[in-house]
Design a protein around this ligand. Structure first.
Ligand SMILES: O=P(O)(O)O[C@H]1O[C@H](CO)[C@@H](O)[C@H]1O
Ligand SMILES: [Mn+2]
Ligand SMILES: [Mn+2]
Length: 388
């Protein structure tokens, strides 16, 4: 058992500018944070800037500070995907040799037929890449009349099933997802997602009963190594789902970003070990919805909460704040964007103001966390020494 604490907060989708291979993903010029700053008048994150956010190479739309109170840098993604799973697995040292499969024209007949046979329905609605809110508004009434599942995907390797809670029932929706998981994961899809919704057309609302069924990581995660060495790992938000529970000793689901921060603070006060949080609203509520104003407000809200996070750290605690991919709310389409992610890191009572440079892969995060707990881990390069 350890009495140390490391806190990793992933601001889901808060990218800071195109990666060198962005064109391969159709994402040239994407810059989530930069374009929000350029589009939304008065946008600022003074507390993140005081940690060094504006000092990061390429972050040109937020003012740098003379003496950043944290260490700062940016990270390159190696994984051949810009989805949440690829990014998070890379944090944990799971390197993918081939990308997951995406279905820009919808799922082929054999997949849909196998799915329908297995759940006993005579067809699905949708079956194309689409925004989840757009597709339920378009097909929700037909779904209410027929009871057929709304199936859709995105630029991510995901099979998503939307159903109205009072039409299909949550248990049935979850059974459909389990059936789909058996069919689609052998075909290179990383995740099946239940997307329940409620309400009356056209004011449907998606609910927190969303459930993700993730393909397990193909190799050991850094967190499994921690657990083997007696370090507790608490996953806050969708962390446990992303790793299929591997290396997570306790999972705490959250309703929204505020709740995610609240739970993280509570864990910091009452737990030891690795506290690993994902704040997904930036991505799901604003990035995919192409809503820069909402995105800016959510970022400013996190920024307001940051001082309490810093104050709650105890001497010697490690804090890392980063992101898993971009989702530029001013970019064409409604999908993620291939971007650098920011890196802000400190040890309470340790050094500050160091430029951690451009890290060669997201796995440096996992290597640093393992190093912090004194656990041997070979994937990625630890920057712990720079923080002391
Ligand atoms: O548009 P919605 O339904 O929010 O879906 C988004 O959420 C999925 C998983 O995070 C992404 O693949 C994207 O399609
Ligand atoms: Mn994500
Ligand atoms: Mn997303």
């Amino acid at each position: 058992m350890t009495n140390k604490r490391a806190v990793l907060i992933v601001l889901d989708s808060v990218g800071i500018g195109e990666l060198p291979d962005a064109a391969d993903f159709g994402d040239e010029g994407a810059d989530t944070l930069g374009h929000i700053a350029q589009t939304v008048e008065g946008f600022d994150m003074p507390n993140m800037r005081s940690l060094g956010l504006g000092n990061i190479a390429g972050v040109d739309d937020l003012e740098p500070v003379d003496e950043p109170c944290a260490n700062f840098g940016r990270m390159l993604e190696i994984a051949p995907g810009k989805d949440t799973t690829s990014g998070h697995w890379e944090f944990a040292g799971v390197m993918m040799d081939k990308p997951f499969r995406t279905f820009p024209n919808g799922f082929p007949d054999d997949i849909i037929e196998a799915f329908c046979d297995k759940i006993g329905v005579d067809g699905v609605l949708g079956n194309r890449p689409e925004s989840g809110t757009v597709i339920i508004e378009e097909l929700g009434r037909e779904h209410e009349e027929t009871g057929k599942p709304i199936v859709y995907t995105s630029a991510d390797p995901v099979f998503q099933i939307a159903a109205k809670e009072d039409v299909v029932g949550l248990d049935t929706l979850y059974e459909w997802c389990e059936a789909a998981y058996e069919i689609v994961t052998p075909r290179g899809i990383s995740r099946v997602i239940a997307r329940p919704f409620v309400g009356e057309w056209p004011n449907y609302e998606r609910t927190a009963n969303r459930k993700d069924y993730s393909f397990p990581p193909p190799s050991k995660t850094m967190m499994e190594e921690l657990v083997e060495h007696g370090v507790d790992v608490t996953g806050v938000g969708k962390i446990s789902d992303i790793y299929s529970g591997r290396g997570i000793t306790e999972k705490i689901k959250t309703k929204n970003n505020d709740h995610g921060v609240e739970v993280t603070l509570d864990c910091m006060k009452n737990r030891n070990g690795f506290i690993f949080t994902n704040l997904v609203d930036f991505d799901s509520k604003y990035g995919h919805r192409r809503n820069p104003e909402g995105y800016a407000q959510a970022l400013e809200r996190f920024d307001e909460q940051l001082p309490e996070i810093i104050e709650t750290l105890q001497d010697g605690d490690l804090l890392i704040i980063t992101a898993d991919h971009g989702n530029d709310p001013t970019y064409a389409g409604t999908d993620h964007t291939r971007e650098y992610v920011p890196l802000v890191a400190l040890i309470k009572g340790g050094g500050w103001g160091k430029d951690l440079g451009t890290r060669k892969c997201f796995s440096d995060v996992g290597a640093t966390v393992a190093d912090y707990f004194g656990v041997d881990w070979t994937v990625g390069e630890s920057f712990l020494g720079e923080l002391k």
